[in-house]
Design a protein around this ligand. Sequence first.
Ligand code: SF4
Length: 321
Amino acid sequence: MGSAGVTAAQNSAVGEQAPGTSPSEVPPSPQGKSSTKKQASGRAAKQADARAVKQAPGRAAKQPKPESRLAMIRRARRINRELAEVYPYAHPELDFRNPFELLVATVLSAQTTDLRVNQTTPALFAAYPTPEAMAAAAPEDLEELIRPTGFFRAKSRSLLGLSQALCEKFGGEVPGRIEDLVTLPGVGRKTANVVLGNAFGVPGITVDTHFGRLVRRFKWTEQEDPEKVEEEICAIFPKSEWTMLSHRVVFHGRRICHARKPACGACPIAPLCPSYGEGETDPEKARKLLKYEKGGQPGQRLSPPADYPGLPAPPLGAPAP
Ligand code: SF4
């Protein structure tokens, strides 16, 4: 379990101060959440005391203790609660109306953006609305419709294969069990968990590139293998949180904790993150890195949920807003 690099100071405050940062460097939440601010000022006093003790003459500097598993779990759950306040409208960013559409959209989302998939699926589902219709499609027609999502030959084979398997083995219905879903061509645990969590209400952790990156930055795990990441994160949170936790973490990864330039200086969970400082810490510069609704840009869904604070995405071929 990943605990290296998290200090005793974090342990004592349930991991609430990023290592190597001063309280003045910890940015206020963009949502203006007073709880985080209050805790930050409380921490400031504790840390000033700790520094005074450390600097007393004749005292040897102590090595920081690694974070205990219990402290890490408390910190992880606290991050989840904070993210729930920051992104109360977190949701799957693929447009879908039923389990079959979500399954197809998730297969298409490999190596491309959800936005590109959402721009592609309206025409696809107009032509092939059911597994039966898609199973009977001519491969070249299917390829042409899904071409904008990239890797269209391989994806077309997966869609034909999974539609045929749905018809032959599952009576034309998407099964609601992970053991069945992963037998479908092109469907792994990630896709299966997306479908189960969002179309069937069965809790699941979805480990995509954003989720894996963030949970490693949070030091919730050091695993790289998605299945091992899933197993370790499942052990930290109650089952009822799994699906929404996945959305919140992915929302945070897309909007603030970017792969190459995380906007640490504008991050509402900076006080809880051991990787604070990996990205831009200057609040002004960090704010300029924000995307999506926080930067006034449209989200990825053409039909976002009613409480979504940003703009719907434009359809394929529409001029940029
Ligand atoms: S943006 Fe920075 S502080 Fe925030 S979660 Fe990512 S690495 Fe941590």
